[in-house]
Design a protein around this ligand. Structure first.
Ligand code: AMP
Ligand code: GLY
Length: 416
């Protein structure tokens, strides 16, 4: 079976590793991939948003399954186009991907179907938004409605900060059309976790929870990033918490999407927070998360293609999970998330690791040196019996890398 993966980050590298373990997969293609993926799959030079070209490629190569990593092609309707051409593709349609591509849509849906989430209101008028902020007081959260590469959320500690965020989005159009509406919501306090589920219509098959570290520096300091590391499973998320999340959040939202005429298929990502008044939704994403995928998939025992085919056929994929914990730590360019110097030669990576290496923003320069090509460069992961052992193994490896001057990583991932 030939499989096509769309994307170029760490998530896609992990998907490739998992697909290469499948007895049924003969060749994995990745559009466009990265330097690490090149060693494990056939990279093709097609951009993630060039849907017509991707479609032509999938037809020409007789690809049996296409798996979409990032949100942009989903929001642009890649699933609709592939299905119209009778090609198998795993992900939500454009209408269903709206659960990620419009925060107003997702919040309104949750309100209508009584799915627990922060109180909110949506605005297009800057003055009205600012009045609401003054009424509600700070801290308060301002979110651009549309896709903004994870940069569209401002957790404002003061009313002034919140008003400035509104001005930037609604008056200065800093996110273009994605910021033409803003959602302003209640600030929630608690520990966050992510839970992915395979979904087909009303059928929901949750994976195991993961915890992502969004801030750049140790102790959750510094700016928000795409994620500096993750671990799975999460000891402080109990079986009862998972049951609650499945029954009051995941299943109701899947039913809601069917009721709204937007049946969901693919991986649904729930970003959750454990507040004093229970678990609530921070956001939904229409895809696997990054870097959580790099710690969830190493624990999945099933063949990923079997899972996708079962889910697609409406059959329980009977997910089984390895005992133990996975920890993944991201190594990023020193200026990340503000500036990412590209073309910096990567340090030499020691070969002995009781774990795995995942590449993200990497490429080869003209002299065939492995160089940086983005903010998050690579991830070091390990699966061990305990969270502490997994974390220790990853940090033991990282401490053995020389020439890390142009890169940095957090030193507290999975250290609890
Ligand atoms: P998002 O891009 O929606 O995942 O938001 C990025 C981060 O902002 C989340 O992981 C939270 O840490 C924080 N955040 C988003 N919404 C809220 C909220 N209502 N209350 C507190 N923190 C939030
Ligand atoms: N880890 C956050 C995301 O994938 O959006």
């Amino acid at each position: 079976m030939k499989v096509l993966v769309i994307g170029c980050g760490g998530r896609e590298h992990m998907l490739v590793k998992k697909l290469n373990q499948s007895a049924r997969v003969t060749e994995v293609f990745v559009a466009p991939g990265n330097a690490g993926i090149r060693a494990e799959a056939t990279c093709i030079n097609i951009a993630i948003d060039a849907i017509d070209e991707l479609l032509r490629f999938a037809k020409k190569e007789a690809i049996e399954w296409t798996i979409v990593g990032p949100e942009i092609p989903l929001a642009n309707g890649i699933v609709d186009q592939f299905r119209a051409a009778d090609l198998n593709i795993f992900g939500p349609t454009k209408a269903a991907a709206l659960i990620e591509s419009s925060k107003d849509f997702s919040k309104t849906l949750m309100k209508k179907y009584h799915i627990p989430t922060a109180r909110f209101q949506t605005f297009t008028d800057s003055n009205q938004a600012k009045l609401y902020i003054k009424e509600q007081g700070a801290p308060i959260v301002v979110k651009a409605d549309g896709l903004a590469e994870g940069k569209g959320v401002v957790v404002a500690m003061t009313e002034q900060e919140a008003c400035e965020a509104v001005e930037q989005m609604l008056e200065s159009n800093c996110f273009g059309a994605a910021g033409a509406q803003v959602v302003i919501e209640e600030f929630l306090i608690g520990e966050e976790f992510s839970l992915f589920a395979f979904v087909e219509g009303e059928a929901v098959y949750p994976m195991i929870p993961a915890r992502d570290y969004k801030r750049a520096f140790d102790g959750d300091q510094g700016p928000n990033t795409g994620g500096m590391g993750a671990y799975s499973s999460v000891p402080d998320v109990s079986e009862a918490d998972l049951e609650f999340t499945t029954e009051t959040i995941l299943k109701p939202v899947a039913r809601a999407m069917v009721a709204e005429g937007r049946p969901y298929t693919g991986v649904l990502y729930a970003g959750l927070i454990q507040t004093v008044s229970g678990i609530k939704v921070i956001e939904f994403n229409a895809r696997f998360g990054d870097p959580e995928t790099q710690v969830v998939l190493p624990l999945l025992e099933n063949d990923l293609i079997d899972v996708i085919e079962a889910v697609n056929a409406g059959v329980d994929p009977k997910l089984t999970w390895r005992d133990g914990y996975a920890v993944g730590v991201v190594v990023a360019s020193s200026g990340y998330p503000k500036v990412c110097q590209k073309g910096v030669v990567l340090p030499k990576l020691p070969e002995t690791i009781d774990g795995y290496l995942i590449q993200a923003g990497t490429t080869f320069d003209d002299q065939q040196h492995l160089v940086s090509n983005g903010g998050r460069i690579f991830l070091v992961g390990s699966v061990q019996k305990t969270l502490a052992e997994a974390s220790e193994e990853v940090y033991r490896y990282l401490r053995n890398i020389d020439q890390m001057d142009n890169f940095y990583y957090r030193t507290d991932i999975g250290v609890i």
